[in-house]
Design a binder for this molecule. Structure first.
Ligand SMILES: [Fe+2]
Length: 164
């Protein structure tokens, strides 16, 4: 994980966690606890960490999602993510492979970017203004962890969070 602000770049994991905490975001760094080479399914490889996270935040389920150039509609799929938006539920992503960039607009302070890579878990809490894009490698495989009936609809217009 690498955090880029206007004035600095943070690469230290503890520092990154603390920085994110100030803005209500949450990070963890996972190594697969199940190292059986016959198991390739990331939902199995990381099942212990997923279970712990579900207990911690009350998430109910998880799935795996890949975005890369083998998808002929990649640019079209990515387009809506690139615009600043928020959700009424948390956006929880664990990067299994590849990399991506989450931009965050804390509203009261300058925007910053969180570059995620293999092993990075990021929780973007509900109502946090953010956007997402791939790096030039155009490849990410991630786990999505969510509540029972997640409200993932991207809300593009800004709302006063206190009025929701
Ligand atoms: Fe989003």
């Amino acid at each position: 994980m690498k955090i880029k602000t206007k004035t600095k770049t943070i690469t230290d994991k503890e520092e990154a966690k603390q920085f994110l905490r100030k803005y209500g975001l949450y990070a963890e760094f996972w190594e697969p606890e199940i190292t059986d080479s016959n198991i390739n399914d990331p939902l199995q490889k990381y099942k212990n960490q997923i279970a712990k996270l579900k207990r911690k935040f009350g998430y109910a389920t998880a799935d795996c999602c890949s975005l890369n150039t083998t998808n002929p509609n990649l640019d079209k799929i990515l387009e809506p993510f690139k615009k600043e938006h928020h959700h009424t539920d948390d956006e929880v992503r664990f990067t299994v492979d590849g990399e991506g960039i989450f931009g965050v607009n804390p509203l009261t302070e300058p925007r910053f970017e969180v570059c995620v890579e293999k092993g990075d878990l990021l929780v973007v809490p509900a109502m946090t203004r953010h956007w997402f894009e791939l790096t030039e490698k155009k490849n990410i495989c991630c786990l999505r962890i969510f509540k029972e009936n997640p409200k993932w609809e991207a809300v593009y217009e800004m709302r006063n969070p206190t009025s929701v």
